[in-house]
Write a protein that binds this ligand. Sequence first.
Ligand code: PBG
Length: 325
Amino acid sequence: MFPSHRPRRLRRTAALRRMVSETTIRPEHLILPMFVKEGLTEPVALTSMPGVFQHSRDSLRKAAVEAVQAGVGGLMLFGVPAQHDAVGSGGTDPEGILNVALRDVRSEVGDSTVIMSDLCLDEFTDHGHCGVLDAHGNVDNDATLEIYAEMAVAQARAGAHVVGPSGMMDGQVGVIRTALDDAGYLDTAILAYSAKYASAFFGPFRDAVDSQLTGDRKAYQQDPGNIRESLREVQLDLAEGADMVMVKPALAYLDVIRATAEIADVPVAAYQVSGEYAMIEAAAANGWIERQRAIMEALTSIRRAGADIVLTYWAVEVANWLRES
Ligand code: PBG
């Protein structure tokens, strides 16, 4: 008798397939990234990310409540200031848009979800880099760390449960941990963007935050061809006190997610970034791809690779699909 092995037996009915399915996605695995812009009275739709908005303070509160009702695991807030300057003062100022929005959202939803904040200077600087520049125009690592420390405390004070340092400065996790502890925020957790690549897939995000960047971030974000340095960054971040580690982008770096999950003894997050979102939305809008299936397949593959938590702009929609099914 040939074939002697018939794996198709377990694929025959929906019930069999469901019984042997290995990878699950639940709403609580998903984190919704959200943008809030200073001075807006109405939300502004983002052309390069259909369905995503720059929120006003008001619309952010409402969208946060909706996300909580959908059961998402958490929110990751990004602030877009009205003014930029060389040192990104808006990031440390308690009245800066991100800190104000954190207070708004925390007072609106309390502890019913996990409130996270992006901890980086690129949204706030007039040159668009993730840190301050030295006299030669290079990003000054150690001067930037001092500002990150201040930003972390401001965000914790404003109500962030988790801060997410995404600037790829050496030593950022350690400096932030010490600053939080010294200020009494012993329980504020750190989600470290450990393996973050200099990626073309961040393109639409730069529109979302009105990025002022003209060059690139290759002097601090990683080369897409490398994985050893990702694992080293993960180990360093763990040694410095990261409570969770993240790989970003997700879909083009599934091997990095897998390798990270194998060495990290903390939860692993992956960020399905703006370009990953835009690709599927654009293809679906043209009728070239089945939207819902493509979204679920991408998310499933990220979970299968080893991510516990996924940051995705589809978090609310997917959470609603999951509850309906
Ligand atoms: C930096 C930051 C970026 C993203 C998240 N945090 C941009 C960058 O590093 O250039 C990108 C997220 C996305 O593309 O969805 N603050």
